[in-house]
Design a protein around this ligand. Structure first.
Ligand SMILES: [Zn+2]
Length: 286
């Protein structure tokens, strides 16, 4: 199957009270690991690149080609959505141009009116090409320049206005954080999620899905979250498995230094995390 947009997939998730996982890729191994998990579980999946990862890999077109060609060579038959994660205005436009099937325009740090106007513009450009759009309102916490934010709450009125632009999925801050969660984190704000879900029919997105306890993620999904982003957890699993391989001296045994061997445990660890999360999210078979 070639890559698809998010049409139908996320509306079905919202009405069916399950979520579809969105996993960030960084290179060939990550792409293969994520796709393998989707195929093995026979579930739809979203592969996404941040602006930084795309720059690291050599640009959006390369990332798109990498995913498309890997889908083809691995014989992947489940729906795969190619998504831009946290794009600014220029990145979203570029990915629409290049042919991503879904883009996130993240204007949360702009004045609200500007976020609203630019979201409308991106929705018009994307929908004309059958590309789905995620927008963000309120900020998602996390470490930025050494300052750790607690995770701000999305304003319900602002969220309603952004949803009314026709976005296909909406990321709202409900106390969630990118990266590792601090020890004093107080958890997701389910009161705010309830208020948002009551007035917004658009499938909601939970960012910073790494480190939120399973029970809280599942409760959020039952309340209207239809897309959960996972990034840090895969990074940690990859690093841990790779460290174990080297610390065990396996890179010094025979041809253990061959990257195809050295990177294999980390790659498998990513597949395992993705499969576990798909199970948590209750994603049904395609
Ligand atoms: Zn995010």
């Amino acid at each position: 199957m070639s890559i698809v947009n998010g049409n139908g997939i996320f509306d079905a998730a919202r009405s069916g009270h399950y979520a579809v996982g969105a996993f960030n890729t960084n290179n060939l191994e990550w792409t293969r690991a994520i796709l393998a998990a989707a195929q093995e579980t026979n579930t739809p999946i979203l592969i996404q690149t941040s602006m930084g990862a795309a720059k690291y890999m050599g640009g959006y077109e390369l990332c798109l080609n990498l995913v498309q060609q890997t889908v083809k060579s691995m014989g992947i038959t489940v729906p795969v959505i190619m998504h831009l994660d946290h794009g600014n205005y220029e990145a979203a436009k570029e990915c629409i141009e290049v042919g991503y099937t879904s883009v996130m325009f993240d204007g949360h740090d702009l004045p609200f009116e500007e976020n609203l106007e630019k979201t409308k513009e991106i929705v018009a450009l994307a929908h004309a090409k059958g590309i789905t759009v995620e927008a963000e309102v309120g900020s998602i916490g996390g470490e930025e320049d050494g300052i750790i934010g607690a995770g701000e709450l999305a304003d319900v009125e602002e969220a309603k206005q952004i949803a009314a632009t026709g976005v296909d999925y909406l990321a709202c801050g409900i106390g969630n954080i990118h990266g590792k969660y601090p020890a004093n984190w107080t958890g997701l704000n389910f009161d705010r999620l309830k208020e948002l879900a009551e007035v917004i029919e658009t499938p909601l997105v939970l960012h910073g899905g790494s480190g939120i306890p399973k029970e809280q993620i599942q409760k959020a999904i039952a309340m209207g979250v239809s897309k959960v982003n996972v990034n840090t957890e895969c990074q940690l699993a990859f690093a841990e498995a790779t460290r174990k391989y080297i610390e065990a001296g396996k890179d010094e045994e025979g041809k253990g230094y061959d990257p195809r061997k050295l990177l294999a445990p980390g790659t498998q660890a990513i597949t395992d995390v993705v499969k576990e999360r798909i199970d948590w999210f209750g994603t049904p078979e395609a």
